[in-house]
Design a binder for this molecule. Sequence first.
Ligand SMILES: Cc1ncc(COP(=O)(O)O)c(C=O)c1O
Length: 388
Amino acid sequence: MKLRISRRVSAIQPSATLAIAGLARELKAKGLPVLSFSAGEPDFPSPEGAVKAARDAMDRGETRYTANSGIPELKRAIAAYYKTRFGLEYAPSEIIVSCGAKQSLYQALQTLADMDEEVLIPNPAWVSYVEQIRLADAKDVIIDTSATGFAPTREGMEGAMSKKTAGMIINSPNNPTGVVYDRDTLEMLADIARRNDLWIIYDEIYERLVYGEAKHYNILQIAPDLRDRVIIVNGVSKAYSMTGWRIGYALGPKEAVAKMDDIQSHLNSNPSSIAQWASVGAIEQSESYVESNRREFERRRDILMELLSGVGGLRIERPDGAFYAFLDVRNTFEPDDNEFCRRILEEKFVALVPGDAFLAPGYVRMSYACSEADIREGAERIKDFLRG
Ligand SMILES: Cc1ncc(COP(=O)(O)O)c(C=O)c1O
């Protein structure tokens, strides 16, 4: 008899980003000169403060279960960070630490979204939102922003609403577009949430990676009255180059955070004790590290823009944040993004992620979280490919 898989998980698609990164690794292992621009992780070593804090924690024997929602020292560090950076006050009972922002988002959606309720997502959007909404038996409602510079508009958001709309997921700086929402956009989104009694999950995992004149705001700096309906999601993966440590966190109203904690208590109890201590070291001791990495990403972005703008029909909006460029391939000789990525990997050994994975066919995402030499060589190969 064939094993029956539940309806809930049958429709889940694996993460396309990880799949491409896996394929690129496989080709590389075979000795092929693969350049991967697919993964969403910085290439810097984790900060010394984090590594030392982890070593010290091991030496002290911090090797047992911790409090479900995270060690008090890390919650204090997160609270102090939010106070300094955004002027926001959060008590320890309003903070939960999880295994990556991904888990924080999952628990937030399980806590806020009810069966058949609708969740608005400006599109293009990070791959996991849709799958996580579906895992909560809720419904994703996708709002195309490609005609307005990848920023949502009031008409777009309101036009997608129904009686079942419960909330929205907002991600700025955005993966995959690199767009940073300006004050007006955030005010508009806050206004819609306020008038329609919606919750907001505000994913600001790339908040430290913003370039040039662009400025990142936490939505509660702009609409402090929404504090009771916003769950902020952040983590150490991107700002501190700590993807492998798996620490993310959420800040929100006590009742919601308590429920997220209940889920976590049955799921994985707590994130790794050592990784939590490492995150204390990162958050408390790495300001200059974060700033120097930010400057380096900005430099790489500028190099990439200079090398690829206007090449072979490619169109690229200059990204203001995160570490991705979102290339419009619709006017190139290979306008199908899946085909584009398959062919350029096979023919030029360049790994890019199809926009399809971000609900945005006709685009491909290129991460510039890699060395300048790789960016230069990759740009040459892309140019070569586009010659057809
Ligand atoms: C928009 C966005 N949110 C959340 C995450 C999750 O990060 P992590 O689980 O590593 O903390 C990512 C990672 O790629 C992301 O791009």
